[in-house]
Each structure stands twice: as C-alpha cells, then as structure tokens.
Design a protein around this ligand. Structure first.
Ligand SMILES: C[S@@+](CC[C@H](N)C(=O)[O-])C[C@H]1O[C@@H](n2cnc3c(N)ncnc32)[C@H](O)[C@@H]1O
Length: 393
C-alpha cells in the first residue's frame, strides 16, 4: 500500500504529543490526496515525524494513529501488536477461557476489537482503515492461536458513517451460534446473534466480586442481557434471581445458561422495560438490585436526559430496598464523566433519605484498558452500596 503525508498545523496539540491517537480535521494543515482508508505518515508543521495511521475524510477524526514508530504496517506489525496484547492478558488473568484480546486504541489497533471465547475469536471492525487489514488480522490470529473459528460481528450505525458495510459471519472455520465458555466455574454462552461480540466481558469481575455479598439474597438483575450478574450472584449463594431485559433473545439465552448450570429453578426472566419494572417493585421485594443500562447517549446534547434517567432508575431501586439491601449500579456511557454520574447517585440517596455505604467501586478490567492519554477509552463506572435509612443509621 502506498503511504501519503499529513502535515499538522503549527501548534501541534499537546493531546497528540502526549499520546492521544486521534487527529482531527481542524488540526491538519495539509490533507493528503489519498483514498479514504489509506495509510498516512503524519508530520509536524516543521517536518518532524509524529506517527503512522490511517486516514478517512468522511470522519472528523481524520487520522487514527497505529504507531509512533516509522515502521511498516504489515503482517509482522499486526503480529507484534497482537502478541503484546496477548501476553499482557495472559500474564495476569487467572481465567484464560474468555477475555478481550484487543481493545482498539488501547492496544494500538484503533477500530479493532477481538474477544476470545474458548477456542473461538469474535472480531469487530469499526473503521474503514482497519477493515483493509481484515485478512492480515485473521491470518495472524490463525498463526498465533490456531482457533476453531473466527467470527466477524461488525454492526452498528457508526459503521455506515465510516463507509463500510456491516458484516456478520464466519471468516475462518465454523462453530455454534452460542459459544460455550467457562467463567468463574459457570458455563456462559456468547451469542453470535446477540449484542456486541455476544457477551459483555467488561462486567465479569464486577459480577464475581459482587457475588461475595449475595448469599441468601433475592436478586433483581435489571438490563440483565444473558444474566452475567444473575448467574454470578446465584453461584455466590443468592436464593433467587429475576432477570429483566427487553431483548427476548437475550432472555432465551439466559434460560439456556440456567439449564446448563442447573439454576433453572432459581431464575425467572421477565421481558420488560426495566424503567417501568422498577417503578412497580414493592419495598423489600428484592435484597440486591443490579442496574446495568446500555450506553444512554450518543451525543453530548442528550446528556441532561441521560443523567435524569440514571437518577430515576437509582432512586426507584434505592427506595425499594430495605435497610441492609444492596444496590449495584453501573454506567457505560462514555460521554458521561464519573463525577457527573456519581452526583446523580448521591442525589438519589439524598432524595430517598437513605445512606449508601460503599462496598466496592470499580470500572473496566485491564483487558479493556483505559488509557490516561485518551479519556474516550474510559467508559465503565461501577459502584455497590449497602443501603440504610438516615433515621436508622
Ligand atoms: C449493558 S447491557 C447489560 C449487560 C449485562 N448486565 C451483562 O453484564 O452481561 C444492556 C442491556 O439492556 C437491555 N436494554 C436496553 N434498554 C432496556 C430497557 N429500557 N429495558 C430493559 N432492557 C433494556 C439490552 O437489551 C441489553 O441486554
């Protein structure tokens, strides 16, 4: 592939110099005359090399940097990056059956997500530039890991904006639509026809840590998807778990996971809107409530409404919990800062005349690394509290 040059404006943004991998349209002095998706070399105004990346003039993010080194972007480049990401994970992860192998910019491969479920990989490509390397990525994964199958699941509205077609299908080998994998002694199923890569690996440790507090509790898992939280909490000794989601498919998969793990008698799935459901929960009906809604806004304009929705959900849950009940609440909305979200949780406690005593706080696991140089890589917020009323404190 030929390489083109991008010249930055005189004042190179400190953000770029300090390791942020995006270059915006208004930071460029001279745009290259290449096709969208081409590789480009980026230089400062005075001609110093900044890095290499790929270019797309359909995006305000004109260049996403792949490296700060002047190296060839070839099979060896991808192999090195993937090997580096793999050893970061396997050095510390106790559970190696399922993990996120590549988390986009945080692993120096913008536009690429790779999740491993048992002997299978699920790949998500979200940029035109990265899509040009699809074959190389697949070949490297085969060479390094000899998987049974590699499935591509590249969907979502952002894909069209990049100028690529959504695609879902096997790129290599074959396998079931529901891939079984072990996590903390539970057999889960990654659903290739489900959401994202088939399973939300980012909450697995939060669910496992929460299970320490679940003994004998009646659990409500709101926005449950296929029951990551519910099954971890049942394994931890919860009496019963009610899963609420408006995806019928996710709940059907949850029923199957319950069957495999002999939890069938202990779960109930309810296909409903979690906002409506929580409004009708009776005081004391549940002793542990999990709230894990989907990302609530795609643009900063809707922020006010999203924050109001977080407050409303948490307020209802807190009001319904008796003293000693547990609230486990999350936000995966990247555009909402942790401090803004926490303010709403605090207001929800105040408005209910209750106090939340922190059990533990968390974010995303290290196989979804959040970079200090890129706030956009940091999205997941998690808190769990024991609830008590002010009057009883
Ligand atoms: C972030 S995922 C939850 C992941 C899950 N807690 C886990 O750990 O695997 C959000 C889920 O909320 C569901 N959902 C979105 N809006 C909903 C609503 N208003 N009521 C119920 N479920 C909803 C989606 O179908 C999706 O399964």
């Amino acid at each position: 592939m030929p390489e083109y040059r991008v010249k930055l404006k005189k004042e190179i943004k400190r953000r770029i110099a300090f390791g942020h991998p995006w270059i915006y349209e208004n930071e460029i002095a001279e745009e290259p005359s290449c096709e969208n998706g081409s590789l480009v070399k980026v230089f400062t105004y005075s001609g110093q090399f900044v890095g290499k990346g790929y270019y797309n003039r359909n995006s305000l993010i004109r260049v996403r940097l792949l490296t700060r080194k002047n190296v060839n972007i070839d099979r060896k480049f991808f192999k090195d990056k993937i090997q580096r990401a793999y050893s970061l994970r396997t050095r510390w992860l106790k559970e190696k059956g399922a993990f996120r192998l590549i988390y986009s910019e945080a692993d120096g491969l913008p536009g690429l997500i790779v999740d491993k479920f048992a002997d299978f990989f699920v790949v998500q490509i979200s940029t035109l530039g990265m899509s040009k390397f699809k074959e190389t990525i697949v070949n490297v994964l085969i060479e390094l890991f000899n998987p049974k199958g590699i499935y591509e699941k590249s969907e979502g509205s952002f894909i069209a904006k990049e100028g690529i077609e959504p695609y879902s299908g096997w790129l290599y080998g074959n396998g079931p639509n529901l891939i079984p994998f072990k996590l903390h002694e539970i057999t889960f199923l990654a659903d290739l026809h489900g959401q994202k890569t088939g399973f939300f690996l980012d909450q697995r440790f939060n669910a496992e840590n929460l299970s320490e507090f679940s003994t004998d509790r009646r659990v409500l898992d709101l926005f449950s998807y296929t029951g990551n939280f519910a099954f971890h909490l049942l394994k931890g000794g919860a009496r019963e778990a009610i899963l609420v989601d408006y995806s019928e498919r996710a709940l059907a998969v949850a029923e199957e996971i319950a069957r495999i793990n002999s939890f069938k008698e202990k779960i109930r799935t309810i296909n409903a809107n979690s906002f409506d459901f929580i409004r009708n929960v009776k005081i004391g009906e549940f002793e542990l409530i999990v709230i894990d809604p989907p990302a609530m806004l795609k643009s900063a304009t809707a922020k006010h409404n999203a924050l109001r929705a977080y407050k409303e959900l948490n307020l209802r849950a807190i009001r319904s919990l008796k003293d000693g009940g547990i609230l486990a609440t999350s936000s995966c909305t990247q555009l909402i800062r942790e401090s803004e979200w926490l303010e709403k949780i605090t207001e929800a406690f105040k408005d209910s005349k209750k106090i939340g005593k922190l059990l533990f706080s968390a974010g995303q696991p290290f196989d979804h690394p959040a970079l200090t140089s890129m706030h956009e890589s940091n999205y997941l917020k998690f808190r769990s509290y024991i609830v008590s009323s002010v009057s009883e404190f």
